[in-house]
Write a new protein. Structure first.
Length: 466
């Protein structure tokens, strides 16, 4: 039936209702409508300039596409559920507005390269939005770190107290983790910077088209080198899904620490009431539900990545309807990741650290034992021997419930004559932190350098992100 489907001439019967419902992508690809019109406008202008369409035909089509664009922007565009995809909806509406000339819109173009273009345009825009959300979270982390740059807390390995670190140092680990996410998003933008339109169904077209002109208008710097690759490539979707999955994994790690830190057992952090919930039965509860949900939704995004990889596995060239599955995966992952970044940024920005709980947690764990071994190593004792000797001192302290800085010079001397009167100056929490001056370490000067670099990075875009 003309104006309803973009195909059908060779078929004698209509598809079954359940087939139409099963194959329709309109419930989710409707969000591509604006990009579909954007690509069509550029395509029409190219066809006009190459003499494939007359000036009058192009003017009619462009006027109709402008009207469609306004309807989409205003929210009045009629997405007709009986039509199978957004491309059919746009062309059917265009036919209602300008008549049979709408049928010329599809000259030298296939839905295969058309949808690939739409996805490039859409993902390019969303990746930029995602980068901004990552940066906002980075700024929240930076602000919290700078407000509490002198606060000492335990650093952990195996979730066991290991060595004292600055709270700011711990937070900055997440900043630089997120910076790598921004670099991955910049890579996604680079991969999206290829224009597939012009490949047609798979083999190119016999019309004298100028894809470079379309690419320039739409802001692409290069074309696909092979038309078969152009319509079958979904690597760029996998790149975006992979970036989202890693962002979510990083958010999940931060979410887990927020859950731990706000527990009574840790007590390192107080979340603002606006980012917590209560219990339906226990009036005293204040639950870190937002952090838990971020942690839980990691699986959703990783699942979308894994699921789409399985769609691609073993697909022959070129286009197959399986590729329609890219949209739900990409849209879902982007929506979840963006929302998670936004709530995490607000949660971090309003969090309040509890200094006394952090310092208390540094006591009793003998966190400066490594500093004691380093002290002996500087006096000439081989580190392995120093490690064994300090282990005995640790056992001595545990048996007597003493901190390393509470032992007397005589007690130290009983273990080794290398210990001098200055030994206790090296095993305080503050001394331990000050001693870690290596690049990237937790010493105040090192953390100050990290903060300076992080602030500069937060104010700029990674390579490829404009």
């Amino acid at each position: 039936m003309p104006g309803v489907r973009l195909w059908g001439g060779r078929f004698e019967s209509e598809p079954q209702e359940e087939v139409l419902a099963y194959t329709s992508s309109l419930p989710y690809d409707r969000r591509l409508a604006r990009h579909d019109v954007e690509g069509s406008r550029a395509h029409v202008r190219m066809l006009r300039d190459r003499g494939i369409l007359s000036g009058e035909e192009a003017a009619q089509l462009l006027e109709g596409l402008d009207a469609v664009a306004r309807e989409i922007q205003e929210g009045s565009f009629p997405f007709r559920p009986e039509l199978e995809d957004v491309h059919t909806c746009v062309e059917a509406r265009l036919r209602e507005l300008v008549g049979e000339v709408a049928g010329k819109l599809h000259t030298a173009r296939s839905r295969n390269d058309q949808v690939a273009l739409d996805m490039h345009l859409y993902l390019r825009e969303r990746v930029r939005e995602l980068d901004g959300a990552v940066r906002t979270l980075q700024v929240s982390i930076l602000d919290l770190a700078e407000r509490h740059r002198d606060l000492i807390m335990p650093g952990y390995t195996h979730l066991q107290p290991a060595q004292p670190v600055l709270f700011a140092h711990h937070l900055l680990a997440y900043f630089f983790m997120l910076q790598r996410d921004r670099e991955r998003l910049a890579f996604c933008r680079e991969q999206l910077d290829r224009m597939p339109l012009g490949a047609a169904a798979l083999a190119g077209t016999g019309f004298p088209i100028d894809p470079g002109r379309v690419a320039a208008e739409l802001g692409f710097s290069r074309l696909y080198d092979n038309s078969m690759d152009a319509v079958s490539d979904r690597d760029y979707v996998v790149d975006v899904l992979s970036a989202c999955a890693l962002i979510m994994i990083h958010l999940g790690r931060l979410g887990e620490e927020l859950v731990l830190w706000t527990s009574r057992e840790f007590g390192f952090l107080e979340l603002d009431d606006s980012y917590t919930t209560g219990s339906s039965i226990m009036p005293q509860k204040k639950n870190p539900d937002v952090a838990e949900l971020v942690r839980g939704r990691v699986g959703r995004v990783v699942g979308q990545l894994t699921g789409f990889l399985m769609v691609l596995k073993g697909l022959p060239l070129t286009y197959a309807r399986d590729l329609q599955e890219d949209k739900e995966a990409a849209f879902g992952a982007l929506d979840t990741t963006l929302a998670s970044l936004q709530v995490m940024a607000g949660m971090v920005a309003t969090a309040r650290p509890r200094a006394e709980a952090m310092v208390r947690a540094c006591r009793g764990g003998l966190l400066t034992a490594t500093d004691l071994a380093d002290y002996l190593a500087r006096k000439g004792m081989p580190f392995r021997q120093a490690h064994e000797l300090v282990g005995r001192i640790v056992r001595y302290c545990l048996e007597r419930q003493k901190e390393l800085w509470e032992l007397t010079t005589e007690e130290y001397a009983a273990f080794s004559p290398l210990f001098g009167d200055d030994v206790r100056e090296h095993v305080t929490l503050e001394a331990s932190v000050r001693a870690r001056t290596s690049p990237g370490g937790t010493a105040p000067a090192s953390v100050a350098a990290q903060l300076e670099k992080a602030r500069a990075l937060a104010g700029t875009s990674p390579r490829g992100m404009v």
